[in-house]
Each structure stands twice: as C-alpha cells, then as structure tokens.
Design a binder for this molecule. Structure first.
Ligand SMILES: Cc1ncc(COP(=O)(O)O)c(C=O)c1O
Length: 412
C-alpha cells in the first residue's frame, strides 16, 4: 500500500468529502408531527391509558415475523428483561461476544448473571458457534448472540447449540431491525429477540426498546416484568409477580409507528450503497469487507464495518480514523474496545463471582484481540447518500488507508 501522503487532508491536502451533505439522522416528516400531536391532545400519554404502544407492538411483531412484541424503555433493559423472563438469574452464566456494545454483557450483570466471553469470527466479527460451545459449563443458562452491524449470526448453529445443551438463545437485534436469516426475520428464531430504538438505530424514537418472542409464556412474563408484575387484563393493584416499570410512552410509540413505515425504503438505499462500498473497498489493497452470505437474506445495515489488518500491525488504526475525519468522514469510528478487557465489567464480574464463590470464567479470545486493533466502521447514515456520495466515501477510505504509513503511531 502506498499513496502520496501530501494529498491527505490531515497533511494539508484537499478533503475528499463532507459528511454534512449526507441526509440527517434521525429523519421525520408530517407523519411524526401529526402522530405526536394526536397523542398530546388525547391526554393519554402513558401506555396504561392509550393504545399507541399496543398498536406498535402488533405492527412490530408482524414486521419481525414474531407472534409477540413487548415494548420497553431501551435495548439494554430489553436484554435484562429477556434473560429474566427466561429464568436466568443469580450466578447463572450467559455466553456473550466480547466484540459488541457493553450493554450485551452489562445486562447479564444487572440480573446477577455472569457474562462469559466466547470468541468471534475474524471475517464477520460475529460470535463463533464453536467457541461458544467450548465456553459452556454446567452453570451456563443462556447465550446472547448479537447480529452485529445488522448481519445475522449463524442461527442454524446457535439454535442447534440451544437444543443440544438446553440453553436459552437470546438474539440481541439492537442493530438488526428487519434483518433476515434464510428468509425469516430475526428476533424470534431463537427464544427471544431484543431491539433498541435509541437515537442512532435504524428505527428510533430517541430511546426505546422491544422484546419479540413466539412463546406466549415468555411474552406474559415480559409483560409482567415491564408492568410492575401486572398480568394482561388484571387489576391495577394486582401484582402477581415482582416487576419493574419499564414502559414506553405513547409519544415514543407514535414516532416509532411512523419510523417503521419508512424503514423498508431506507433499507433499500442502505443495501444498495453498502453493496457499492463492499465492491469498491473489496478491490482495494489490504481492505477486508465480509462477503455476502447466502443465508443472510436481508442484512440490517446498521454499521458498515471493514478490517485493515496492516493497520493493526502498524498501530495506525486510530490515526487513520482521525485522518478520515479530516477527509470529511467525521463519524468514522475505531469501534469497540474488547469487553473482556473492560475495567468496569472486570470489576463487577470479579466482585460477583467472588461473592458467589464461583470461578471467574476466562476464555482465550485471540480473534477479538485482533479485530479490536484493525476494524473501522461507518454509521448507517453514511449508507443513505447518493451513489456518487458513496463512491466519494470509498475514495476517501482508500486514499487514507493507502497512505497510513505516513500517519503517527502510538508513542511516536
Ligand atoms: C448490540 C447492542 N446491544 C444493546 C444495545 C443497547 O441499547 P440501548 O442503547 O437502547 O439501551 C445497543 C445500543 O447501542 C447495541 O448496539
């Protein structure tokens, strides 16, 4: 890889792109405005008085091809509630990937369960089924698979693991609304699927979450967890179990209903541009983009991720990300830190396992170590531009990566 370093914006050259020209995120129009005003004037602002959350739950369940959807206030507590509904609790081990947003692991800790990290695949960054099976102990109760970046994991392998070992499979779908595995929308392929509607997500109300499932008992358990232990159709002060209040507001559901109708069209644009980026970056020297997988019949396209192993070796990945920002790709990111090295998680796991007198589960995670040094990603907004803008984004990446050796290294 080589290029004239003086052309880099970070060295005083012309920036290749300006991400301000891309469509903004989030997007809204009259549909959100009207829906919000309708809730406002109705006076029914909470879901215990109105029916907008319940209507969205039906629409979202249908969208994800699940029998039930239960809304709640965010994707983090969606995972905690899903685990709890499945009976996961104190001291149970939950296998999670180390390359994901921290919430996947912290949600297990919230209910007193111990997150156990299993390694990821070097091409897709997704949880590796073989590594997962190797991490199972007699204490394992659940696996949280993450459809990271919107790309579904190998659900055939994970449902087989679930059946073989009697484990609950939770799909963390925070980044994968509308994604499909072998023609079926993700979420209820495993036992439970959790979603986030936080600001950056492809369907958003600023905050929010949902759990989908085909199992009526899990759906009822979730209803109770979200509604202070109430049961559907039961009395206001009838708390059959101990539950939280995790309810979504009618305002959020009003926005989500409008966002849901816009999602299919936005996904087409993201898919189209992601294919262009995959082709252009795939042709470039040293850049690795995960190839399409025939089992992935629809990609959720939340992040566009690629690896440049040479940057990991040279230690120039973060400098490349800064140089991309100078080129106008201000939202390019170095991505996640490896969760098995995360100090706060480590502290909590040490304290919890110490109190319970259980071993601190440590696994070898060489792939996660590697990908954390050489992965770069772009947010989904970067997939919403025109073809020409997409080509400019690719050109900026190719230009900077080719000149990476001119960039400062850590400690230099
Ligand atoms: C993979 C993953 N899981 C869980 C979450 C948590 O969702 P929320 O921010 O709505 O709590 C996120 C959100 O960033 C995520 O990306």
């Amino acid at each position: 890889m080589s290029a004239d370093p003086s052309t880099l914006a970070v060295h005083g050259g012309e920036p290749t792109f300006d991400d301000q020209v891309l469509p903004p995120w989030p997007q809204h129009d009259d549909a959100e405005e009207k829906a919000l005003l309708d809730v406002l004037s109705s006076g029914a602002w909470g879901s215990t008085h109105g029916d907008v959350v319940a209507t969205f739950e039906q629409e979202f369940a249908e969208y994800q091809q699940a029998k039930h959807a239960i809304c709640l206030n965010n994707g983090t507590l969606a995972i905690a509630a899903a685990l709890r509904a499945a009976g996961v609790g104190l001291g149970d081990e939950v296998i999670v990937p180390p390359y994901t947003f921290i919430a996947t692991a912290s949600a297990a800790l919230f209910i007193g369960a111990v997150p156990v990290f299993a390694d990821v695949d070097p091409v897709t960054h997704l949880l590796d089924p073989q590594a997962t099976e190797a991490a199972i102990t007699p204490r394992t109760k659940a696996v949280i698979v993450v459809h990271l970046a919107g790309r579904p994991v190998d659900m055939d392998a994970f449902t087989a693991i679930g059946h073989r070992h009697g484990l609950t499979i939770v799909e963390d779908c925070a980044q994968a609304h509308g994604a499909e595995y072998r023609g079926r929308r993700i979420g209820a392929i495993g036992d439970l699927g959790t979603f986030s509607f936080q600001s950056s997500k492809n369907i958003t109300a600023g905050e929010g979450g949902a759990v989908v499932t085909d199992d009526p008992d899990l759906a009822q358990a979730l209803y109770s967890l979200v509604n202070v232990g109430r049961v559907p159709g039961g009395g206001w002060y009838q708390h059959t179990t101990v539950g939280y209040n995790l309810r979504l507001t009618e305002f959020q559901a009003a926005i989500l209903r409008a966002q849901l109708t816009r999602h299919p069209h936005q996904q087409q644009t993201r898919e189209h541009n992601a294919t262009i980026l995959t082709d252009l970056l795939g042709e470039a020297d040293g850049i690795q983009v995960a190839p399409p997988d025939p089992a992935v019949t629809a990609h959720g396209r939340h992040l566009f991720m690629f690896r440049v192993p040479a940057l990991g070796v040279a230690g120039t990945r973060d400098a490349v990300v800064s140089a991309l920002a100078a080129e106008g790709l201000r939202a390019a990111s170095s991505g996640y830190v490896p969760l098995h090295r995360h100090e706060a998680l480590d502290r909590e796991i040490t304290e919890l396992t110490g109190r319970l007198g259980q071993p601190y589960p440590r696994t070898e995670l060489p792939v996660a170590e590697q990908v954390c040094t050489d992965t770069i990603w772009l947010p989904q907004r970067y997939l919403l531009g025109t073809e020409e803008q997409t080509r400019q984004i690719a050109a900026a990446i190719v230009k900077v990566v080719a000149a990476h050796e001119s960039l400062p290294r850590p400690g230099a």
